[in-house]
Write a new protein. Structure first.
Length: 188
């Protein structure tokens, strides 16, 4: 799995994933082109065997204290292997580099898999937008992450002095995995 910054030459492949993932509310190619070119946006893609299998975007105006996760999409055949989490980590890392304090996102109320991903990274629910996703008539859960706290936790977890997981019969069992379901502009 190779993750890199998105380029305008990725537009066709991004749009193929966009249309497959969001058949009822896909962004137009013109909208995506503007997002990729915007100085306020930061998009990344993930490739495997020379094929684009996911993309994600962050809107973070330079100098602003908050940012928004615009989209995370993983092709259906590539889901369930941590690619969505990896792309989210890339977006959050860029937010840290831009000096962002808080990151917001909307997630479909009918997608507990994506909600669990965000909760596991430290996002908390701060509101709801009734009937936000149209034409599906699904509420959006608005979530917020204290990015500075996330960065500290990540740094502590990566430091050599961080505690390690216990081994042997008392060690915790690995978490179960589930397949993702659509959540508007986020597929993980």
């Amino acid at each position: 799995m190779a993750t890199r910054a998105a380029a305008s030459s990725d537009l066709e492949a991004i749009m193929a994933l966009e249309r497959a993932a969001f058949p009822t509310d896909a962004w137009s190619a013109a909208m995506m082109r503007e997002e990729l070119a915007s100085p306020h946006g930061w998009y990344v893609v993930v490739e495997e065997a020379g094929r684009l299998v996911g993309y994600a975007g962050l809107r973070a105006v330079r100098g602003a204290r908050d940012a928004d996760v615009q989209t995370i999409t993983i092709s259906e055949s590539a889901r369930g292997h941590g690619r969505g989490r990896a792309l989210l980590g890339e977006l959050l890392g860029e937010g840290v580099r831009r000096g962002v304090h808080d990151v917001f996102l909307e997630v479909r109320a009918d997608n507990p898999v994506a909600q669990a991903l965000y909760l596991s990274e430290g996002f908390v629910e701060v509101g709801r937008r009734p009937r936000y996703y149209q034409p599906d008539d699904v509420d959006a859960i608005v979530m917020q992450l204290d990015l500075r706290g996330w960065a500290v936790r990540r740094h502590e977890a990566a430091s050599p002095s961080a505690p390690t997981a216990p081994e042997g019969p008392r060690a915790a069992a690995p978490a179960a995995t589930t397949s993702a379901t659509p959540i508007g502009k986020v597929w993980c």
